[in-house]
Design a protein around this ligand. Structure first.
Ligand code: KIV
Length: 282
């Protein structure tokens, strides 16, 4: 008898097959409870290393560890049942060598049971992506603004404006970001996140490469879109220009906490309906 669930999770090949098709909907989640909600509407749940900023209050994603990603990846897998779950490889867990990347990615897959990993970098990571994908590890790429490189980039500003201007002048030779996109696709990634890249360039990349592009601050022409859940729910204090707030949960949560504090101080909570009396007679 099979003990497998009857609901079939989406796979990396399912997402790859969506190139030029129905837009891919992706959001981040780090917890079982938000994963259950996101799972109802999204094709892909990203356990992003943005959890370092969002959950832990770090300035950057650099302090995030493999253990942190695995812990939250397991929670998201328990909370979801239909979406493809992709877990970010944190800074320092894959850049030293392709062998290091394989050992880290294998741990993520074994210990979370997720369906794919994501790593940052284009041309410089192509050899690693090929090493992983030819050994059974589906990889989502991430190019453009790559937050793990903040110390070399210098700031979180958008990428590829000069390259987009060159395109507009009819120079289609291909600059660094186009080369990154091509390298990731040719290395065997099943999709690629394109972050904070000038719109005409993100559009051109989407038209050029054979794998789905998932935009964040990129272009409506991308094959899909991703946002950080807490940003689009209005729970983050500062958000980049590309975030649209689809909700404003911050004030609602604050009002609920204020109400609770007021009632506890006034001894009006718990009420009679929230406490246990003596055992009813049989
Ligand atoms: O870590 C993350 O949440 C991400 C998304 C912003 C794409 O990489």
């Amino acid at each position: 008898m099979s003990v497998q669930s009857t609901i079939r999770r989406k796979t990396a090949p399912d997402i790859f097959a969506r190139k030029n098709g129905e837009p891919i909907v992706m959001l981040t989640s780090y917890h079982a409870h938000t994963a259950a909600l996101v799972d109802r509407y999204c094709d892909v749940i990203l356990v992003g290393d943005s959890l370092g900023n969002v959950m832990h209050g770090f300035e950057t994603t650099l302090p995030v560890t493999l253990e942190m990603m695995i812990l939250q990846g397991r929670a998201v897998m328990r909370g979801s049942q239909a979406a493809l779950v992709v877990v970010d490889m944190p800074f320092g867990s894959y850049e030293a060598s392709k062998e290091q990347a394989f050992m880290s990615a294998a741990r993520i897959l074994k210990e979370t049971h997720c369906g794919a990993v994501k790593l940052e970098g284009g041309v410089r990571m192509a050899e690693t992506i090929e090493f992983l994908t030819t050994r059974g590890i589906p990889v989502m790429g991430h190019i453009g603004l790559t937050p793990q490189s903040i110390n070399t980039l210098g700031s979180f500003r958008s990428q590829g404006r000069a390259e987009a201007e060159a395109l507009a002048r009819g120079d289609n030779e291909g600059g660094p970001i186009q080369n990154d996109a091509l390298a990731v696709a040719q290395a065997g990634a099943f999709s690629v996140v394109v972050e904070a890249v000038a719109e005409p360039l993100a559009r051109k990349i989407t038209e050029t490469i054979a794998i789905p592009t998932i935009g964040i601050g990129a272009s409506a022409a991308c094959d899909g879109q991703v946002l950080v859940l807490e940003d689009m729910l209005g729970l983050s204090a500062r958000v980049p220009k590309f975030v649209k707030r689809f909700g404003n949960l911050g004030p609602m949560i604050e009002a609920a906490i204020e109400g609770y504090a007021t009632e506890v101080r006034a001894r009006s909570f718990p009420g009679p309906e929230h406490v246990y009396g003596t055992k009813p007679k049989a």
